[in-house]
Write a protein that binds this ligand. Structure first.
Ligand code: HEC
Ligand code: HEC
Ligand code: HEC
Ligand code: HEC
Ligand code: HEC
Length: 275
């Protein structure tokens, strides 16, 4: 711990040396002032239900603005079709898996997901034992057995029992538990430019696990409430118009084209509400 000798009695110095042992961290060369105000490190006073977290550096700014200053390549947030509510509050239906502990809060912050994964380091987006400076474990590769820990990051907010009970996507359990697919394979953690439900199926810049079907289609069609159609090849299985939803029994997947699917449509782009 740091020595308190010359500090004011109310000072609460915290030792960040342990950060240097964490494999995933912000480079030390950035310096503390890259993210903190010069006159001491003011602890952020923030009431989660009253708004997004303020910046640790600049009064009148939000945390995501501070991060966005350097992480501009997070362009995925600019005109998304669906998104984790960071730059804008969530709209539409409440995700059934969101835990009650989440209350009525309709936005989250970068630091709800990014930060240190253990109590030894002061809170903050400094360093973590988990890749991408995440606060909890998140297996992004396929082929791992589903446990509470494998996807602890997501399960921190989305109830594991709800996901595995197929309360939203009727084929969650089949993919996650039986086929051992990671959430990462289907979902983007930040936003999806083109698809609802943070689906990353059309995004070519990701893992490459999802390939086109025999007609070169690599897409998803929203087919109304808890219903959709997939055109893609994954784990060597072609999904050439495989559908799920109330009209199709859970596992009897129908074949078809978007045109032949009654009511099939591409999700409209989401209008973002003003801040
Ligand atoms: C990349 C941005 C970034 C850098 C660089 C950074 N911090 Fe932080 N730090 C944060 C954020 C964001 C928080 C608040 C996290 C939260 O609210 O959960 C924080 C929180 C803290 C806290 C905890 C305050 C509290 O409320 O308990 C301390 C202490 C701290 N930082 C010290 C440092 C020191 C010392 C350095 C330089 C060695 C540093 N930080 C560098 C982003 C940064
Ligand atoms: C002053 C510029 C700066 C600010 C402000 C900043 N970062 Fe960073 N961040 C960096 C740099 C530089 C890296 C290291 C990039 C690399 O290694 O490729 C990094 C790395 C990261 C990584 C790990 C990236 C990876 O590929 O594993 C995450 C996550 C991250 N930052 C999130 C944040 C968040 C959240 C905030 C807001 C609290 C923030 N950063 C603020 C400059 C910044
Ligand atoms: C810090 C909390 C938090 C974490 C961690 C988190 N989410 Fe979310 N997620 C939310 C919130 C809040 C919403 C918005 C729900 C709403 O609008 O009611 C959301 C929405 C979603 C949606 C969109 C719901 C829809 O049908 O449009 C998906 C998909 C999703 N999350 C998947 C994930 C996955 C996968 C992970 C892990 C990689 C994850 N989330 C981690 C809080 C979180
Ligand atoms: C709901 C949780 C969640 C929130 C909120 C979130 N992230 Fe992330 N972020 C992740 C996860 C999980 C990964 C690693 C896996 C991936 O890339 O999907 C990641 C990866 C990253 C990376 C490294 C890879 C890349 O995409 O460049 C950066 C940088 C980053 N996040 C910055 C941010 C910033 C800045 C914010 C706030 C504007 C933010 N994140 C908000 C979960 C989140
Ligand atoms: C095979 C692809 C696939 C995988 C793997 C997958 N999901 Fe999903 N997920 C979907 C689809 C498709 C939807 C949209 C369902 C609908 O039509 O509403 C969805 C919806 C969601 C939602 C929004 C509704 C809700 O349940 O609250 C959350 C949250 C979610 N998934 C979390 C996860 C998590 C966490 C994992 C990993 C443990 C995961 N998903 C793995 C395809 C997938």
């Amino acid at each position: 711990m740091l020595r308190k000798g010359r500090l004011a009695p109310q000072a609460n110095p915290q030792d960040l040396h342990a950060v240097a042992n964490r494999p995933y961290r912000h480079p030390a060369q950035l310096g503390c002032l890259a993210c903190h105000a010069g006159h001491g490190l003011q602890p952020v006073r923030h009431e989660p239900n009253q708004g997004p977290k303020p910046s640790t550096k600049k009064i009148g700014q939000y945390e995501h603005e501070l991060c966005g200053h350097c992480h501009r390549n997070n362009l995925v947030y600019q005109t998304p079709a669906s998104f984790h509510p960071v730059l804008a509050s969530s709209i539409g239906e409440r995700a059934p898996s969101l835990g009650e502990a989440f209350g009525e809060r309709s936005w989250i912050n970068c630091s709800d997901c990014h930060g240190s994964a253990d109590a030894e380091i002061p809170p903050g987006i400094h360093g973590s034992r988990v890749p991408a400076i995440l606060k909890a474990d998140y297996q992004t590769q396929d082929g791992f057995e589903e446990t509470e820990q494998t996807y602890a990051h997501c399960y921190g907010c989305h109830r594991r029992d709800s996901i595995l009970a197929d309360e939203s996507f009727p084929l969650h359990r089949l993919h996650i538990v039986e086929a051992k697919a990671s959430c990462f394979t289907c979902h983007d953690s930040h936003a999806s430019r083109t698809l609802p439900h943070l689906l990353a199926i059309e995004d070519d810049s990701r893992s490459g696990r999802i390939q086109p079907d025999q007609f070169s289609r690599k897409t998803y069609w929203d087919n109304g409430d808890r219903a959709g159609v997939c055109y893609l090849t994954c784990h060597n299985v072609e999904h050439d118009g495989w559908a799920y939803g109330p009209e199709g029994a859970k596992r009897s997947l129908r074949k078809g084209t978007p045109q032949s699917m009654p009511g099939a449509r591409k999700a409209p782009a989401v209008q973002r509400p003003p801040k």
